[in-house]
Design a protein around this ligand. Structure first.
Ligand code: C2E
Ligand code: MG
Ligand code: MG
Ligand code: MG
Length: 275
């Protein structure tokens, strides 16, 4: 317990740190105990083509069904899975499941899967995972996009590029996620062999009132046009944001305005109703 002395705040600080550590250790143990795959599922969020107003793609977002906590966010458990070496298996599950789900969809919308930097440590395993997922589901490779982040290129630039080229030879696409956070650079954008760039919601959030965010999105859109990259803007929640990105020439939008992430069966049901 904290004493009423000058050191009291230190004790309280220590207590909250201990609580955080406990929380983490307990989540780590639960994650280790979670049965191979049945505890995880993918939800899908639509990505809209701004010109046609139709969903052209769905991003697979992983959810952990925790026995007592309900759905745990990937922002919490992916970092733990990365540190405990679980990410390779979990990441491959996501690729396999997303390919299977997309293969069952009625239309030819594509599916985007997030891939961790750590999955590139063993390129052979990743390659094998993508190949077998495509083969066993029969999904047209052109309908699969892997989402990566720029942190992938911080070290091992050449070997990473080699892995990407080999995966692209299978016919799949790559998109650069979270652009506008961390060390994003326009020169990276133009020298990487990627088809799509996704502008992070930290930029789109204030696009309608922050002139700097607006200018950055404008610059990315104009460069992307020149180098034939598709621009997706994430985190679109309002009509005003949608109009802003449309006027800047973005190709696609993703966010709650268009749809929240939903279980796979909802996507199939929506497609059945639309057909
Ligand atoms: P991300 O790939 O940038 O995904 C976008 C995140 O923004 C998702 O959070 C999504 O639910 C959320 N989002 C979408 N639209 C809106 C909006 O309009 N407003 C707001 N406020 N948020 C919106 P989520 O599902 O919690 O995922 C968080 C991150 O976890 C993802 O960020 C991705 O980096 C990672 N992740 C998710 N699934 C996987 C996976 O299977 N493998 C790996 N390695 N990472 C994953
Ligand atoms: Mg993503
Ligand atoms: Mg993103
Ligand atoms: Mg993001």
């Amino acid at each position: 317990r904290a004493k009423a002395s000058g050191r009291g705040s230190t004790v309280i600080y220590d207590e909250s740190m201990a609580a955080e550590l406990n929380e983490r250790v307990s989540l780590e143990a639960d994650l280790a105990a979670a049965a191979a795959e049945s505890a995880f599922e993918l939800h899908y969020q639509p990505i809209y083509d701004l010109a046609t107003g139709k969903a052209v793609s769905y991003e697979a977002l992983m959810r952990w069904r925790h026995p007592t906590r309900g759905y745990v966010s990937p922002s919490t458990f992916i970092p733990i899975a990365e540190q405990t070496g679980r990410i390779e298996q979990l990441g491959c599950f996501a690729i396999r499941q997303a390919c299977a789900d997309a293969a069952s969809w009625r239309d030819d919308t594509s599916v985007c899967v997030n891939v961790s930097v750590l999955q590139f440590r063993n390129p052979g395993v990743l390659m094998q995972c993508v190949e077998s997922a495509l083969a066993s589901t029969g999904l047209d490779p052109r309908r699969l996009t892997l989402e990566i982040t720029e942190s992938l290129f911080i070290d091992e630039f050449e070997s990473t590029l080699g892995t990407i080229e080999r995966l692209k030879a299978l016919g799949i696409k790559f998109s650069l996620d979270d652009f506008g956070t961390g060390y994003s650079s326009l020169s990276n954008l133009s020298r990487l062999p990627l088809s799509i760039v996704k502008i992070d919601q930290s930029l789109s959030r204030d696009i309608t009132f922050n002139t700097t965010s607006y200018a950055v999105v404008e610059a990315v859109c104009s460069l992307a046009k020149r180098i034939d990259m598709i621009v997706v803007v994430e985190g679109i929640e309002t009509q005003a944001q949608k109009l802003a990105i449309q006027s800047l020439g973005a190709d696609r939008g993703q966010g709650w305005l268009f749809g929240k992430p939903e279980p796979a069966r909802h996507i199939s049901e929506q497609q059945r109703r639309a057909a």
